[in-house]
Design a protein around this ligand. Structure first.
Ligand code: DQA
Length: 143
């Protein structure tokens, strides 16, 4: 089984970015913990991050072509990118699963974060549990 874990803009700054909201775990640590659990479940897993919408869309196309499940933290793209939504939709329409994850609970934050243009095409959504949002998604995909 193969899973792509894709992260959108500014997530490379984890650890120093708004630690009161996102915690002090660095992006490198997040990658390590996700890879560790994936190893445990014998899941072939790759974790990537980009600030670039086009690159993220390219990776979603890759997941469609390779028939991979996806764990996606679209970061700020969550709230407005119809292009990311359309690409993510190809994953689920193609018969693979896509779990939208967030470290924070966007619904408990500013109004503009209450809208996700991604959730409507996702298999499921996990938000508000920090790194555990990713680990729970991985467990669900492995079950
Ligand atoms: C986020 C929530 C988004 O609103 C924000 O733009 C992010 C991170 C999260 O993981 O909590 O960059 O996706």
């Amino acid at each position: 089984m193969s899973v792509l874990v894709l992260n959108g803009p500014n997530l490379s700054r984890l650890g120093s970015r708004e630690p009161d909201i996102y915690g002090t775990l660095s992006y490198v640590d997040l990658v390590k913990k996700v890879e560790q659990l994936a190893n445990q479940f014998e899941i072939d897993c790759e974790v990537r991050q980009t600030d670039d919408e086009a690159e993220l869309i390219g990776w979603l196309h890759e997941a469609v072509d390779e028939k991979q499940d996806v764990i996606l933290n679209p970061a700020a793209f969550t709230h407005y990118s119809y292009a990311v939504r359309d690409a993510a939709s190809l994953v689920t329409k193609g018969g693979n699963r896509l779990i939208e994850v967030h470290l924070s609970n966007p619904h408990a934050r500013e109004e503009f974060r209450h809208t996700s243009v991604i959730s409507g095409i996702a298999t499921g959504v996990i938000a508000g549990f920090g790194i555990n949002s990713y680990l729970a998604a991985l467990r669900l995909l492995s079950a």
